[in-house]
Design a protein around this ligand. Structure first.
Ligand code: SAM
Length: 452
């Protein structure tokens, strides 16, 4: 039944174009990586990673992976946060937000974090990224992924979009809504997406998407830009959703999507609120990737939307002596930065951090803990700032010690002296370590090791 419902609807809407648009170029699901620009360029990655790759049409940092069997999650550059494994067309929406360093950016439906890591890279470490995930378990995965990618200026929330809208009205320059959807673009990659599909799911997702969009609209500052995306083809969640949003929110205008990939949105999918659907964008299976829909909207300028609301900034803690001493020795560039303290934990506060009464999983960088007046660094400190650590054990991809380190073994110290150090691969941080007697003791968290 799910397949019939989908096929019948699409054949009716597309007519003869159905066969062509849904004919994927390959039998296996498309695979790609998005290179983390906080770590390296796509050109450097293509030259050094030892993988067979080609450029992606959807994003300048994206690369298509040609070998379907390669285990990307075990690659040392994955551990070093140099890339995020992402279905190629999924990298398109984040690029269209035009995020610039210094902006305040909200990703409302962020886990597992592919698009958030692109937004963090576009910020280049300046400004604030608030990455929210509604599902608690997925929010933890989001936090771990942003940590692996070395993101220092993110706040990870586990909240409802409505509560964020109440806490941070008009706060953000950019908002991304990558909505929970009926997943018609996932049928090939995740067979259960097809099994769960049907008209009820489409209606439920359309209603949820519209609630999330209303919260996104409230969070956006005047003149701010909102990108809405789904990985489904269902009209009610795509063009129909955008048409209904524009009808509810006359303060928004639809911006055109550049003609770099995919095809224009379709007028016969707008439902009861017709609009310029050709300004939205679709990626059909025949165009590479698994399928995506996206729209870009701008909120009216301040004079049209009325006064803006001021949100209180968070207060920094008094400098902690144990942290100051540790930072002075290993991370001198961080010693003067504002910190927050929660029980024994020291966090490096992101720029422009607002005071929040929300469920926060991480704010900025978890620098470490103070134990009996001594500072013990956390993994996040090394992933975020390890390249600038004064003591480094510098490995390369070809060095046998790299694989040994990722298995959790102790390795010989060649470039680092006694004390805490950051272990790097080709200049990118893997984790902390502690040198004693010519050996580096392994501090890569057990859950992140390449075992088996
Ligand atoms: N943007 C993510 C990425 O690039 O990795 C993928 C997001 S996925 C398409 C949609 C997310 O919305 C899921 O993680 C899902 O748990 C979350 N979600 C589910 N119900 C939600 C709700 N009521 N409000 C907000 N998000 C919700």
């Amino acid at each position: 039944m799910p397949k019939e419902f989908f096929e019948q609807r699409e054949r009716t809407l597309l007519g003869e174009r159905y066969e062509t648009l849904y004919s994927a170029p390959s039998k296996t699901a498309a695979r790609g990586v998005t290179v983390n620009l906080l770590r390296c360029t796509p050109e450097w990655f293509a030259d050094h990673a030892g993988l067979s790759v080609s450029p992606s049409p959807f994003c300048s940092a994206g690369l298509l992976i040609e070998d379907p069997a390669v285990k990307l999650g075990r690659h040392p550059y994955h551990h070093a946060g140099a890339f995020y494994s992402q279905e190629p067309s999924a990298s398109a929406p984040a690029t269209m937000l035009d995020v610039q360093p210094g902006m305040k950016v909200l990703d409302l439906c962020a886990a597992p974090g592919g698009k958030s890591s692109q937004l963090a890279a576009a910020l280049g470490g300046e400004g604030l990224l608030v990455s929210n995930e509604y599902d608690g378990g997925r929010a933890v995965i989001l936090r771990q992924n942003l940590e692996r990618m070395g993101v220092a200026n993110a706040v990870v929330l586990n909240e409802t979009p409505a509560r964020i809208a109440v806490a941070l009205p008009g706060f953000f320059d950019r908002v991304l809504v990558d909505a929970p959807c009926s997943g018609e673009g996932m049928f090939r990659k995740e067979p259960q997406a097809l099994a769960q599909h049907g008209p009820g799911l489409v209606a439920q997702c359309a209603a949820l998407g519209s609630e999330i969009l209303d919260a996104a609209a409230a969070c956006l500052a005047p003149s701010g830009v909102l990108v809405y995306s789904t990985c489904t083809f269902a009209p009610e969640e795509d063009e129909g959703q955008v048409g209904a949003f524009l009808a509810r929110h006359p303060e928004f205008e639809l911006l055109p999507w550049p003609d770099r990939f995919g095809s224009p949105g379709e007028a016969n999918r707008c439902g009861e609120y017709p609009f310029e659907a050709e300004k939205t964008r679709r990626i059909w299976p025949c165009q590479g990737g698994e399928g995506h829909f996206m729209a870009k909207l701008r909120k009216a300028a301040p004079e049209e939307t009325g006064k803006t609301v001021r949100v209180k900034p968070a207060k920094a803690a008094k400098p902690n002596a144990a942290w100051q001493a540790f930072a002075g020795e290993y991370f001198p560039q961080l010693a003067g930065l504002p910190t927050m303290q929660l029980e024994d934990m020291v966090l490096l506060m992101p720029e422009g951090m607002p005071a929040l009464k929300l469920h926060v999983l991480r704010a900025g960088v978890m620098a470490g803990t103070v134990q009996k007046n001594r500072f013990v660094p956390a993994h996040h400190l090394f992933t975020a700032f390890g390249g600038g650590c004064t003591n480094r054990e510098e490995l390369t991809l070809a060095d046998a010690r790299t694989q040994a380190w990722l298995r959790g073994e102790e390795i010989e110290a060649c470039t680092a002296h006694s004390g805490w150090c950051c272990v790097t691969v080709d200049g990118m941080p893997l984790s902390g370590g502690k040198v004693s007697g010519g050996k580096v003791k392994n501090h890569l968290p057990k859950a992140l090791r390449n075992l088996g």
